[in-house]
Design a binder for this molecule. Structure first.
Ligand code: FAD
Length: 374
């Protein structure tokens, strides 16, 4: 029998839904409390690396993900010139194993919808419009209060409530995401025929100009710049101006920006909870525990892996013990630290204008580590 019978999960993102699926499959009574009034149907794209796809396969949703997304196993590098000259096409390390693509792009709300349907099918309950505000842990159970003044009791509480986690704060972990100095414009647009993988262009007016196909008809394109005060409504104009320096598929992407493209600007952040991620019977996972700039696109993969390892340990144990928490920390902290450190380092090299940085060396050692299952 699992170490817990009734688990509360705060947040219906990738981390929360993954934990819910695995625990509910094992017969645990699972309730997710999600502050959004309803499932999000609008958003941008996401790049999922092989190690994220490996977990999605474990969840039994790989065929759906494959059908809705766009898989590929090479990475293109282009010059910041009007032709967008292709400088190199590199084979990517397949961190999920050789039978999965190295990378898959998809529309974020599609990924969430697939995981949500699977969680409901497994028997998890998802309550929307529930913002968690307070937590009380008496050593044997956790009482959770939401902003509508209702309370619920659980054997264990999982805070999968993202960057600005209320659970993290409530259990007294005093770590907050900090800006890394970079900002990103993202646009969800039609796929130019030429876009069949991610191509990155370093240099020009931006640190990085890139795109990732998210399905047969769509891509998300992004421009990474020095973080600054920007207005979301200026997106089409600013993106078109910045993108003016880039050629190849960017010519078509630029012309899509005016036609109702969904454009978003945000700053990169990073943080890492360096000690244990639990206090008593409450534990944080995913972006609640760590975040990093998406320079290696590993945020969602780390969230999925955190959830899968935690569920595995809870299902295999008879009781929630310090040994279980120690094992969770041993299996997660070093790996998440490596991802956060490498992601921040890659950004910092660009911010500092370091020209001879060993980017391939760093990427190679990280991918080799990530190829080992979590
Ligand atoms: C610009 C940008 C681009 C990125 N691109 C990529 C990428 O290409 N690939 C990649 O792997 N990662 C990427 N990431 C990182 C990735 O998005 C995250 O790592 C991942 O979504 C984390 O999932 P999560 O479930 O931990 O958190 P989230 O997805 O943030 O989910 C948290 C959930 O908790 C809910 N919630 C919050 N507070 C409360 C509360 N008090 N009560 C109840 N519910 C609450 C929220 O509404 C939300 O649904 C990117 C991040 C950024 C900022």
């Amino acid at each position: 029998m699992a170490a817990v019978q009734k688990v509360g999960i705060v947040g219906a993102g990738a981390a929360g839904l993954t934990a819910a699926i695995l625990l509910a499959d094992a017969g645990v009574d699972v309730e997710i409390l999600e502050k959004a009034a309803e499932p999000q149907t609008l958003g941008s794209g996401i790049t999922l690396q092989g190690n994220a796809l490996r977990i999605l396969r474990e969840l039994g949703v790989w065929e759906q993900v494959k059908a809705r997304g766009y898989g590929f196993s090479t990475l293109g590098l282009r010059a910041p010139n009007p032709d967008g000259t292709v400088l190199a096409v590199l084979e990517d390390i397949k961190t999920g194993g050789d039978d999965l693509p190295a990378t898959l792009g998809m529309y974020r709300p599609d990924l969430t919808a697939i995981l949500r349907d699977r969680a409901l099918q497994a028997g998890a309950r998802i309550s929307y419009g529930k913002t968690v505000t307070d937590i009380a842990d008496d050593g044997g159970s956790v009482t959770v209060r939401t902003s509508d003044s209702s309370t619920s009791d659980y054997d264990l509480l999982i805070g999968a409530d993202g960057l600005h986690s209320a659970v993290r704060k409530a259990i007294g972990i005093d770590v907050e995401p900090q800006p890394t100095g970079m900002g990103i414009w993202r646009a969800f647009v039609e796929r130019p025929e030429e876009v069949v993988r991610t191509d990155l262009t370093y240099g020009g007016p931006c640190f990085i100009a890139g795109y990732c196909p998210t399905g047969p008809d769509t891509i998300y394109a992004y421009l990474v710049e020095k973080a600054q005060e920007r207005k979301q409504e200026d997106g089409p104009r600013v993106m078109a101006e910045l993108a003016g320096a880039y050629g190849g598929p960017w010519n078509e992407i630029r012309s899509s920006l005016d036609h109702g493209a969904r454009i978003n600007y945000t700053w990169f952040t990073s943080h890492l909870v360096e000690g244990p991620w639990n206090r008593g019977r409450t534990v944080i996972i995913g972006d609640a525990a760590h975040s990093c700039p998406p320079t290696v696109a590993q945020g969602a993969a780390m969230a999925l892996e955190d959830a899968a390892v935690l569920a595995e340990l809870l299902i295999a144990a008879d009781h929630v013990t310090e040994t279980l928490w120690k094992e969770f920390e041993d299996r997660r902290l070093e790996r998440a630290t490596a991802v956060v450190t490498a992601s921040v380092q890659l950004g910092q090299w660009m911010l500092d204008g370091v020209r001879d940085a060993d980017v391939p060396g760093l990427m190679n050692s990280l991918s080799t580590m990530l190829k080992e299952p979590a």
